[in-house]
Design a binder for this molecule. Structure first.
Ligand SMILES: *[C@@H]1O[C@H](CO)[C@@H](O)[C@H](O)[C@H]1NC(C)=O
Ligand SMILES: *[C@@H]1O[C@H](CO)[C@@H](O)[C@H](O)[C@H]1NC(C)=O
Ligand SMILES: *[C@@H]1O[C@H](CO)[C@@H](O)[C@H](O)[C@H]1NC(C)=O
Ligand SMILES: *[C@@H]1O[C@H](CO)[C@@H](O)[C@H](O)[C@H]1NC(C)=O
Ligand SMILES: *[C@@H]1O[C@H](CO)[C@@H](O)[C@H](O)[C@H]1NC(C)=O
Length: 431
């Protein structure tokens, strides 16, 4: 983030430095008491104990840092002469109200930080009037619960908006005008629902963070227009159900985070995510997964299923996932019985890392007991089904064991050798 801000600032430095003459001229300008002013028009009044805005700010200032003071109000003429200002930080103050038009002369401002102003609860429609070049706005850790529908219509260049740790209960209509926004964080608010039209105009979004809200419902097509989104974070919400097609439209998505929700089963919500690389489903209550739940995810590299309620996995689950390299399975009540025999065979050819297959049944750390149990159990097991995809998403037996001919003597030998070998006990102790 810091690097990208620097990059944003650099070109403007050269642009605005020229009309002012050399750096030497700038250094003669007055500097507000308790602040540090550098020759290149950067003023830092960080933690200077300010209760009001200093008067001596030179009109040529490019960067003004007023973080960690006691400022309470910004009047309409607060920054009236600072037309060269590029970056303004008001983090960690006590701002209670931003007068409409307070920033209106700042036509070159690109970065505005208003984070950690815990009294700031409301934004007037014209708060950001005039900020037509603003690219990044941080309003995190305030107390915002209401945002006027037109408040962002003054920000046609905005690309990054952080509203994390506020008090918002719904996705504000104000987002309609943010057609150039690429990054939006609404983490740690109190949002309960995502409506069909809540996000639809933010067509440039690449990173959407909705983590730590109370989202329990998402309307169909809510993500339909977001075809540039690469990261969607829905972790730590209250989702219990993911309807098929919920994520339709997210064709560029690379990372999906759904950890710490209330999911109990996974059918086929991920069908259109052809570019997905990382899928986090850990810390849910998932008991069943449809056998083709992941079958469209040809780019999937990382699958996190720790801390669920899975005892079995359906036999075609990992068929045709050529890029899969990391699978996390720990803290599930795995039953290592006939229904998971396919898994043992599949593991023999799987080239990646798999962690956490601790069998709840039978107890695998007692290898001799396990060996004996396995010998008895496997002798009557049907053969592991071939790893071909035949069930659709509405497949009837996501967890069941299809009726197939009994295991051949040869395969049984291979499997028993594998299950019981020292190598296996080493492997299992790793898992
Ligand atoms: C703005 O600059 C003008 C002169 O350029 C000056 O007269 C005026 O007092 C300044 N206003 C503020 C608020 O500094
Ligand atoms: C303001 O100053 C503080 C302390 O020097 C620094 O951590 C912060 O990044 C600065 N903010 C901006 C926007 O430059
Ligand atoms: C912040 O403002 C509120 C009233 O708006 C006041 O009660 C409080 O004392 C102020 N805190 C500081 C640190 O100035
Ligand atoms: C886990 O699944 C079992 C049935 O297999 C069910 O009885 C139990 O309530 C589930 N536990 C949780 C925490 O969902
Ligand atoms: C498995 O190991 C744990 C501790 O390492 C032990 O308490 C437990 O009794 C063992 N289980 C069996 C079936 O031996």
């Amino acid at each position: 983030m810091r690097v990208s801000l620097l990059l944003l600032l650099l070109p403007s430095f050269s642009l605005v430095a020229s009309p002012l003459g050399s750096g030497r001229a700038v250094s003669h300008l007055p500097c507000p008491p308790s602040c540090k002013c550098s020759p290149d028009a950067i003023i830092s009044c960080d933690g200077a104990g300010l209760r009001r805005l200093p008067k001596e700010i030179a009109a040529s200032t490019i960067s003004l840092n007023l973080s960690n003071n006691f400022l309470r109000l910004l009047t309409a003429d607060a920054f009236s002469n600072l037309t060269y200002l590029n970056s303004l930080s008001l983090n960690g103050n006590n701002l209670t109200f931003l007068y409409p038009g307070a920033f209106k002369s700042l036509c070159n401002l690109r970065v505005l930080h208003l984070s950690r102003n815990p009294q700031l609860a409301y934004l007037h429609a014209n708060t950001f009037e005039g900020l037509k070049n603003l690219i990044s706005l941080d309003l995190s850790h305030c107390n915002l619960f209401e945002i006027h529908p037109f408040v962002f219509s003054h920000l046609p260049s905005l690309e990054a908006l952080v509203l994390a740790s506020n008090n918002m209960r719904y996705v504000p209509e104000a987002f309609r005008s943010l057609t150039r926004l690429t990054r939006l964080s609404l983490e740690s608010n109190r949002i309960e629902a995502i409506g069909r039209d809540s996000l639809k105009d933010m067509v440039a979004l690449k990173d959407l963070n909705l983590r730590k809200n109370r989202i329990w419902t998402i309307q169909k097509d809510a993500f339909h227009q977001l075809d540039r989104l690469t990261v969607l974070n829905l972790g730590h919400n209250h989702l219990s159900d993911l309807p098929n097609q919920l994520f339709g439209g997210l064709t560029q998505l690379k990372t999906m985070r759904l950890e710490a929700n209330r999911l109990t089963m996974i059918s086929c919500p991920f069908d259109s995510l052809h570019n997905l690389r990382k899928l986090y489903l850990n810390n849910n209550h998932i008991m069943s997964i449809a056998s083709s739940a992941f079958s469209s995810l040809k780019e999937l590299d990382f699958l996190h299923l720790n801390r669920n309620n899975l005892s079995h996995l359906p036999s075609h689950l990992f068929a045709d996932l050529p890029k899969l390299r990391y699978i996390f399975l720990s803290h599930n009540p795995w039953e290592c019985d006939c229904a998971m025999l396919w898994f043992a065979t599949w593991l023999l050819t799987y080239p990646g890392v798999i962690e956490g297959l601790h069998c709840a049944l039978p107890a695998v750390n007692d290898t001799s007991l396990f060996g004996q149990r396995a010998r008895e159990a496997f002798a009557n097991c049907p053969a592991p089904p071939k790893l071909s995809k035949e069930e659709g998403c509405d497949g009837q037996h996501p967890n069941g064991v299809p009726h197939l001919p009994a295991v051949s003597e040869e395969l049984l030998g291979v499997l028993l050798g594998w299950w019981c070998s020292a190598a296996l006990s080493n492997l299992l102790s790793l898992l």
